[in-house]
Design a protein around this ligand. Structure first.
Ligand SMILES: [Zn+2]
Length: 397
């Protein structure tokens, strides 16, 4: 994602605000539908059903029909993704959007001709139903832009962020595969035994952040001082986010060029193994996940890593059912809930294998991808659509 300052004319701003309003309206409708859902009831409508309902609503309401269907459909898609993230335990449940807060919308199916450069510092992007909107060409726009998101912050500033799929990287052709497990103490563990960590804030930066946050708590609401402190905090957090993104790009490139096959857990299987409560199958896992201070941030980074891997190594990513990966011994295959001695340590009571728990999981993921691991229940379940409520049949017994 690369973000640019958008410079709409007053008339364009009105049209953009209308898109934001439609996206918010559709999103809030979806939130409302899902709030009515309770365990045991028929599942709340999924993405496909909601799209059908949107078509009906557009037929009925002129003001909705006057808006862009892409904007409205993408709002539903964003919501479906938010629900999937919620069930994966990486994000909170999506909530109502209020006017003026976190406003924005996404445009997909962007063609190369929809973004152009006018002069050294000025570019234009074509927005459906709005036309060409100028933006500050502060750096090169990535090639192959597939979608973009337009946002308006609380200060009323508009930005456009372009998302481009990177060019695929050729497989090394060695026949080698790797399993990657998302950890908490480290960011990712490889079946090769390597542990990878996202660089966070440096010691001094973390201290400074903590100090700023204390300052913020004391600052008077609406004061200049408060605004200044807030801006300083935002700057530090942006730096941290940049480092994380950079790490994701480097790591995904490295894995894609080093291995023919990369196996990861399929997080779209709502097996609830990561839920806060935990399950019989994965009691230690959620405890472990909670141990991470910024679990959500790490998890979001993980999702992005997998996404980038899929871009860079298309057809070479194998997603496997996460079931038992943390309790199975990668040496002898025994599933043992008590093999986990601690967050970090795995010790098999059958064969005596001992090692880093995340590496053990990564080895299982690699083997599962190669078809060597025999699931205790006989094979993987098929992943359902990402946007649906957990069905009883999919929940571990
Ligand atoms: Zn063993």
């Amino acid at each position: 994602m690369s973000r640019y300052r958008l410079q709409p004319t007053p008339a364009q701003e009105q049209a953009l605000l209308e898109h934001c309003g439609h996206a918010r309206f559709v999103w809030n409708l979806a939130v409302e539908q899902h709030q009515h859902w309770k365990p045991g009831r028929k599942s709340a409508p999924g993405f496909a059903e909601q799209c059908r309902q949107l078509t009906e609503a557009r037929a009925e309401f002129d003001w909705l029909r006057a808006g862009s269907i892409i904007v409205q459909q993408q709002a539903l898609k964003d919501f479906a993704q938010a629900m999937a993230n919620f069930f994966n335990g990486t994000h909170r449940r999506p909530t109502w959007r209020k006017a003026g807060r976190g406003e924005g919308f996404r445009i997909v199916a962007v063609k190369p001709a929809d973004v152009r450069r006018l002069s050294r510092n000025v570019g234009e992007v074509k927005v459906p139903k709005v036309g060409w909107v100028r933006f500050r060409w502060s750096r090169a726009v990535p090639e192959g832009v597939k979608s973009y998101r337009i946002t308006r912050d609380r200060a009323g500033r508009w930005h456009v962020a372009f998302a481009a799929a990177p060019a695929p990287i050729g497989a090394p052709g060695t026949g080698e595969s790797v399993g990657v497990d998302r950890g908490v103490a480290v960011s990712a563990a490889l079946s090769t035994g390597e542990l990878l960590s996202v660089p966070g804030l440096r010691e001094t930066e973390a201290v400074r952040l903590a100090r700023l946050q204390r300052k913020l708590a004391r600052a008077q609401r609406g004061s200049n001082r408060r605004a200044k402190v807030k801006a300083a905090i935002a700057k530090l957090k942006a730096r941290e986010a940049d480092r994380r993104k950079d790490w994701i790009e480097k790591t995904s490139t490295r894995l894609a060029s080093q291995f023919d096959v990369i196996a990861v857990e399929d997080l779209n299987i709502p097996a609830m193994t990561r839920s806060a409560k935990g399950t019989m199958d994965a009691p230690g896992r959620s405890v472990r996940a909670k141990a991470g201070l910024n679990r959500g941030i790490l998890a979001a980074g993980w999702g992005r890593l997998v996404e980038r891997l899929e871009h860079k190594a298309p057809g070479r990513i194998v997603k496997i059912n996460p079931r038992f990966t943390s309790q199975r011994c990668s040496a002898c295959g025994t599933v043992d809930r008590q093999a986990r001695e601690s967050q970090m340590r795995f010790r098999c009571r059958s064969c005596g294998y001992a090692g880093n728990a995340d590496v053990n999981a990564a080895r299982n993921i690699r083997m599962a991808a190669a078809g060597h691991a025999v699931d205790a229940r006989g094979g993987d379940r098929v992943a359902g659509p990402v946007n649906r409520e957990p069905q009883p049949v999919l929940l571990p017994a």
